[in-house]
Design a protein around this ligand. Structure first.
Ligand code: ASP
Length: 589
């Protein structure tokens, strides 16, 4: 037997017991007379003691042990004189009687502790050492709990878990596909699924009502901050349901996960429409842990002789409470430059300060009287000491910019309480989104999403404005400003699906060749159906108040999409290329 106990479980109650432990050498302290070793495993750290007086040979042996050596020891549990209240095993230590080195270790390239001196790249290269560190290990264990509770809960609700294939053909969900060449079918390629979307819909046609899967999805996107080319979804589909059924089912799942994993009872989730979210927060994933909602000022500011405001689509602002005295002119200039960076792209920033002494100061004071400025302050529920920050321009862009400013200000004003959890459903998304560049509509969610019953007739329109106003039966779950997942009621009728493809710029032939299998299935008794998918990696990060999903993934890719541990992607040899009927035409290095 390698061990009688693990390194995290011994307590004062075990004093006097003979035990065998196995683990890694987390630290060694050699004081000549006494040598201490902290023995670590997945469960914790236990202190071992070697005493020169009583066990000189053993003590000599212990002094030679290096960091991360794998040991097995026998010894007796005893109360520690110098207790460590920060460690669950801190009341005891092991008086070691025998020691076996199970394996030696090279000196690790970074410290394996809570805080490490290792940079990202080196941690990823030696990920097996990184995972020995408590913060990474705990995130991976946390993820496992969330996954297991998800399975339990969905199984209890009558869902069945079905695997769908990874070697498929393209499903367009807005990203590029990863492709896999087929050896047996020269010149042909599989694609890795961006999601199991079409398969889960076909499972509904197949009668496998209430499907779920915890599934890898692959998207070959440029890796913006905190995205991974492969990530995991909690993917679901149900038949004979309406939006309401799906929202309720997944609200119950989310509540169950918070309760069972974190012990937190969540109240019912509010719902807001996409339009309201955009109007009040400039974002379809608003962070509701703080308020600072937008106020549109057009009716108050236009037609008063300030040409900048007169000639724009939207003038909109936020009230930053108590900030009048916090921002000097220089600070405001800095904030303006921050907003003008290309990443945000605002033209300028207008501010109105209502000073504590009652005076009003504004960057547009030349154009407006104090009386007029007061109407703005009133509209934004300001008090003396507050400062309004106002942006103007094209509607969508300005809202987006103000959304960035709202988040930035909340950060600076320390309005975000990390212990607060604010979930919400965003509903009534537009079905179609006009893309100026390609001069065509894109599906806001994906092409299988159904318009709402009320807007069904608009699908026959040829008027771009009418088409843009079609609402989808689609929804997103947002928690603390992060999109946890989304889904929709689907089209389950060939004709309507064809119409949607047509609006999205597919020719009938393209639609048929890419999705004939799905539309064909619709002709054999497709039930009304809908579903949703949550991002498991992101959900875990948000549940723990973490910004990055990286450490919830055991072996993540870096920002270039590389796995630096195994060094992938990598080239393959001539022989393999030939077999796959591939010829490389690489640019000269
Ligand atoms: N397949 C969708 C996605 O990956 C989710 C859904 O509509 O169920 O976002």
């Amino acid at each position: 037997m390698y061990r009688t106990h693990n390194c995290g479980e011994l307590r004062l109650g075990h004093a006097g017991e003979q035990v065998t432990l196995a683990g890694w050498t987390a630290a060694k302290r050699d004081f000549g007379q006494l040598t201490f070793i902290d023995l670590r495993d997945r469960y914790g750290i236990t202190q071992l003691v070697f005493d020169m007086d009583t066990q000189p040979e053993l003590c000599e042996q212990a002094r030679k042990i290096g960091r991360e050596w794998v040991l097995q020891i026998d010894g007796v549990v005893r109360e520690r004189s110098n207790k460590n209240p920060d460690r669950p095993t801190g009341d005891i230590e092991i008086d070691v009687r025998s020691l076996r080195v199970l394996n030696a270790s090279k000196v690790p390239p970074f410290t394996i502790e809570e805080d490490t001196d290792g940079g990202d790249e080196i941690r990823m290269k030696y990920r097996y050492l990184d995972i020995r560190r408590a913060p990474v290990k705990e995130k991976i264990i946390f993820r496992s709990k969330v996954a297991i509770e998800t399975r339990k809960h969905l199984a209890d609700e009558g869902f069945i878990e079905i695997e769908t294939p990874y070697l498929i053909k393209s499903t367009p969900e807005g990203a590029r596909d990863f492709v896999v060449p087929s050896r047996m079918n020269a010149g042909e390629f599989y694609a890795l699924p961006q999601s199991p979307q079409t398969f889960k819909q076909i499972l509904m046609v197949a009668g496998m009502d209430k499907y779920f899967q915890i599934v890898k999805c692959f998207r070959d996107e440029d890796l913006r901050a905190d995205r991974q080319p492969e990530f995991t979804q909690i993917d679901c589909e149900m038949a004979f349901v309406e939006q309401e059924d799906i929202l309720n089912t997944f609200e119950r799942l989310t509540k169950h996960l918070y309760k069972s994993v974190l012990g937190i009872e969540l109240p019912d989730f509010p719902r807001i429409s996409y339009d309201e979210a955009m109007q009040k927060y400039g974002s379809d994933k608003p962070d509701l842990r703080f308020d600072m909602a937008f106020t549109e000022l057009d009716s108050l500011v236009k037609g008063k002789g300030f040409p900048v405001f007169d000639n724009v689509e939207l003038v909109v602002g936020i009230n930053t409470r108590g900030q009048a005295s916090q921002f000097s002119n220089k600070d405001i200039k800095k904030l303006t430059s921050w907003l003008q960076r290309p990443q945000i792209g605002a033209k300028g920033l207008v501010h109105v300060k209502w000073n504590e002494d009652g005076t009003i100061k504004s960057s547009v004071g030349k154009f407006y009287t104090d009386e007029q400025l007061k109407t703005w302050l009133e509209a934004m529920d300001a008090r003396p000491g507050d400062m309004l920050l106002i942006l103007a321009g094209e509607k969508d862009a300005t809202r987006k910019q103000l959304s960035e400013l709202r988040l930035e200000m909340a950060g600076r004003m320390e309005l975000i309480d990390p212990t607060v959890i604010k979930p919400l459903w965003v509903v009534d998304f537009p079905l179609l989104e006009w893309d100026e560049e390609s001069q065509r509509f894109h599906a806001m969610h994906h092409p299988f999403t159904s318009p709402t019953k009320a807007d069904m007739d608009k699908m026959n329109s040829t008027d771009r404005a009418v088409l843009s106003s079609i609402k989808a039966d689609a929804y997103d779950l947002v928690i603390n400003g992060a999109e946890i997942g989304g889904g929709s009621i689907r089209i389950h009728d060939r004709e309507l699906q064809m119409k949607n493809f047509h609006l999205l710029g597919f020719t009938p032939e393209e639609a048929e060749s890419q999705f004939g299998f799905l539309m064909g299935a619709f002709e054999y008794g497709a039930p009304p159906h809908g579903g949703i998918a949550f991002g498991l990696d992101r959900l875990c990060a948000i549940m723990q108040g973490e910004k990055s999903i990286r450490d919830y993934i055991a072996f993540p890719k870096n920002n270039q999409g590389r796995d630096v541990m195994i060094d992938a992607p990598s080239s393959i040899d001539e022989e393999q290329l030939k077999e796959l009927h591939l010829q490389l035409d690489l640019p000269e290095q």
